[in-house]
Design a binder for this molecule. Sequence first.
Ligand SMILES: [Zn+2]
Length: 236
Amino acid sequence: MIPYPSPNFDDRPIDQEIKYLILHYTGMATGKEALERLCDVQAKVSAHYLIEEDGEIFSLVPEDKRAWHAGVSAWEGNRDINGLSIGIELVNPGHDSPNYKGNYRPFPEAQMRNLITLCQDILLRHDIKPWHVLGHSDVAPLRKCDPGELFDWKKLAHAGIGLWPTFERKNIQEDNIDTAVFYKKLAQFGYDVERDSHAAVIAFQRHFRPKDISGALDKECFMRLESLLQAKKAIQ
Ligand SMILES: [Zn+2]
C-alpha cells in the first residue's frame, strides 16, 4: 500500500461507529488524474483508498477520518454517509456523461483481487453488515451510476463481502407486478425510494441484477429483492 495523503477530510461524528463500505469508480481517464483530483484542495473530494487497474493500492485518508466521497446520499434514512463509511475508489474511466466521453470497461482481475483483500481486512476491523456494503449509485441513485453494472458484486459476495441474491429460476412465473409493494420492499432494504423510485429501481438492478438495468420491473426483480431481505433478516 502506498501512502498518498489527501488534505480533503474532516472529523467523523462523535460516538458513531463506521457502518458502511462504499465502492466507487473514479470516472476519469487515468488513475494519476484521479489521484490529483482526490488530493486537490479546491475539488473538496477524497476517498480512503484508491485502487489502480494493476491492483496498486493508495491510502489517501486515515480510516478514523471522514473522507468526502459520497456527497448527497442516503441509506436507511441515514444522510451522513461520509461520516459513517469507508470509501474506496476503483480506477475506471466510467460511463459517458453529457460533458465527458467515458470508456467504461470491466474491472481487471488484479484490481478485483486486491480490492477483495482490502475489503476483507476492513471488515475484520469494523462492524460493517453485509447489506451495508454498497455502491455509490445505491446511496445516490439520482446522481451516480458507479461502480456500475460491470462491477462483479457476486464475486465479492462469494469472498464474504456484501450480499448476493439467490433464487430458483424455475419458480419464476410472470404474474402481475405490484410496483407499490416493490418500492416498499426496496425502502425496507435501505434505498431512498421517496426521492425517485425509478432511479432507485435502476440502482438496485445495477447492483443486484446487472444483466437488465432497464428499470422495468418483473418477477425476477421481486425474487432477487426478496432473497436479499431474507438474508438481511437472517443475519440481523
Ligand atoms: Zn462515486
